[in-house]
Design a protein around this ligand. Structure first.
Ligand code: ATP
Ligand code: MG
Length: 561
């Protein structure tokens, strides 16, 4: 059992239902499924659904969770998505074992079920043009109207469906519909379509079919074929449940999966719709589906977020029946909390200012011992090189500091993290008056952070040795949207993108050990935040992503405003 699932607390309503079904003997084995449509990369909302359905399969025994691609729409699906989805589910820490399925595997069975529905007089071929079918459906306040083709004989329906299947008609000429109730208050029950003509090549079945089953028909029957016991989906499917059940009842299937709906994840400053995310990719607003600013699983993985952090976030938000908006600060909290525990600490300077230690010999260098992770005694120590010329952060020097600024200033002494004390003696400027270099002296007796006379300094700053430092490009990411709830704003979603969501710093210097960090695995630049190497890194050029800052700068800004 995973550590997250062991967490104490009241069970959610879905786990309560499962407990009751096991207690009553209704089921002896629990089977769930995660059914992505391979028309995009998975996002954080999918992570919630994955943690729920796969999480349950880990907590109960015997139990398993199927990964089923809902690939009934031939036009939109691509192999790239099928692969990325599998990679993302695995990265999140889940395993479907043998249970990898495609709805398209069931096309023969589904077609046979459709024929059976016709034979039972429960389905008919409608030949109204699509606009009329729409008009005949009625509205939420008015009942629909029956199609003039509704009472075709079984023989005629069978013949037409056979010829639809054989490719004799064009798209939209005919459609197979369930015969339920055109006056039903539930629009989904007004003779929904179950098979339509689509002359497109399918990513798995090629050109074998020119009729394809609709989602509602496919979903419940696929669950049934796989022996799913609890089919967990988001609330927008609540009004589809009567139809889900209707197909299973009419076909009198031996297995009756139960659909249970839960609230989808909505996050502030975030849009999670594959259609919109695809648009961002296509319009070049981001570098791809795995751009670290994207709310996709592959994006936050590239940013350096750990699967544990994401699982703990999903655990923390829980599962309810009420749609709401989750503050993205909660996700950030879990990212920081986990990285604080596991990320090694290193030194790096993002906006460098040169420091020359004038009383340190030019040809000398030495190593100082640095703690890899104060939160983890087993992480050990490493040696960081030090020499006469260093880089410090521009922010860590002020020529005319306000009160309470305890970092470097003219005449002021600070501690260089892990190294020694330095005092700023001289400020070198260029012709325009910009500070370009500081001349400092160091106290040779302060090595290791203590002084002979016991004097204290208030500020500690980070640094790298200029001679040893490795150059790096660092990408600072910020929220993709500048408004909390982009859906509630007027205009196109894209208008609310944060124009400053990416800042690239091209002249950073980092300690040599950063080269040895595994790509994608976050470390902490002390005092700056969590970062990781990007896959764009080459032997000559480190490219580093900021995973997250040390503190929530947005909360501070919001308070100020
Ligand atoms: P989108 O609307 O973002 O394009 P989708 O629902 O069309 O997503 P699917 O591939 O059909 O994407 O979804 C697979 C599963 O993930 C479904 O069971 C769906 O209910 C669930 N899911 C999708 N979005 C969310 C979300 N925001 N929160 C929780 N579960 C979600
Ligand atoms: Mg969908």
């Amino acid at each position: 059992m995973s550590e997250e699932s062991k967490a104490e607390g009241k069970k959610d309503f879905i786990r309560e239902i499962i407990d009751a079904d096991l207690a009553s003997g209704k089921h002896t084995e629990i089977v769930t499924r995660f059914p992505p449509e391979p028309n995009g990369y998975l996002h954080l909302g999918h992570a919630k659904a994955i943690c729920l359905s796969f999480g349950i399969s880990q907590e109960y025994s015997p139990a398993h969770c199927n990964l089923r691609f809902d690939d009934t729409n031939p036009a939109k699906e691509e192999t790239e998505y099928v692969e990325s989805i599998q990679e993302d589910v695995r990265w999140l820490g889940f395993d479907w074992g043998e249970n990898l399925f495609f709805a398209s595997d069931y096309f023969d069975q589904l077609h046979a079920f459709a024929v059976q529905m016709i034979e039972m007089g429960k389905a008919y071929v409608d030949s109204l043009p699509p606009e009329e079918i729409r008009a005949y459906r009625g509205t939420l306040t008015e009942p629909g109207k029956e199609s003039p083709y509704r009472d075709r004989s079984v023989e005629e329906n069978l013949d037409l469906f056979r010829r639809m299947t054989a490719g004799e008609f064009e798209e939209g000429e005919h459609i197979l519909r369930a015969k339920i109730d055109m006056a039903s208050p539930n629009m989904n029950m007004r003779d929904p379509a179950i098979y339509r003509i689509r002359k497109a090549t399918h990513h798995r079945t090629g050109d074998k079919w020119c009729v394809y089953p609709m989602y509602d028909f496919t979903h419940g029957l696929s669950d049934m074929i796989e022996g799913v016991t609890h089919s967990l989906c988001t609330l927008e499917f609540e009004h589809h449940r009567p139809l889900y059940d209707w197909f299973l009842e009419e076909l009198d299937t031996p297995c009756r999966p139960r659909q249970i709906e839960f609230a989808r994840l909505n996050l502030t400053y975030t849009v999670m719709s594959k259609r919109f995310l695809l648009k961002l990719v296509e319009n070049g607003r981001v570098s791809g589906w795995d751009d670290p600013r994207m709310p996709t699983i592959s994006g936050i993985r590239r940013r350096g977020v750990t699967p544990e952090a994401l699982r703990r976030f999903c655990q923390a938000i829980g599962v309810t029946k009420f749609n709401g908006m989750t503050d993205i600060a909660l996700l950030d909290f879990h990212i920081r909390e986990h990285l604080n525990a596991v990320a090694p600490r290193v030194l790096g300077v993002l906006r460098p200012l040169k420091v020359v230690i004038t009383n340190y010999p030019e040809d000398e260098e030495e190593m100082f011992e640095a703690v890899n992770n104060p939160e983890d005694p087993e992480a050990g120590k490493r040696a960081v090189p030090f020499s006469r010329e260093l880089y410090i952060e521009q922010d860590d020097f002020m020529e005319d500091p306000p009160r309470k600024y305890f970092r470097l200033a003219p005449g002021r002494e600070v501690r260089l993290r892990y190294a020694c004390y330095v005092t700023c003696q001289e400020v070198i400027k260029d012709e325009a008056g910009n500070v370009v270099e500081l001349h400092c002296t160091y106290d040779p007796e302060s090595r290791g952070g203590r002084t002979a006379d016991g004097r204290k300094v208030k500020g500690t700053i980070h640094w790298v040795s200029a001679k040893h430092a490795v150059p790096a490009t660092v990408r600072l990411f910020d929220r993709l949207f500048r408004v909390e709830d982009p859906h509630s704003e007027e205009g196109e979603l894209e208008e609310h993108l944060n124009p400053d969501s990416l800042e690239t710093l091209a002249s950073c210097w980092v300690e040599p050990s950063v080269r040895d960090q595994p790509v994608g695995q976050a470390f902490q630049f002390e005092r700056l935040g969590y970062f990781c190497l990007d896959p764009d890194t080459t032997p000559d050029q480190l490219v580093i992503n900021r995973t997250i800052g040390l503190r929530d700068s947005w909360a501070k800004q919001a308070k100020k405003a």
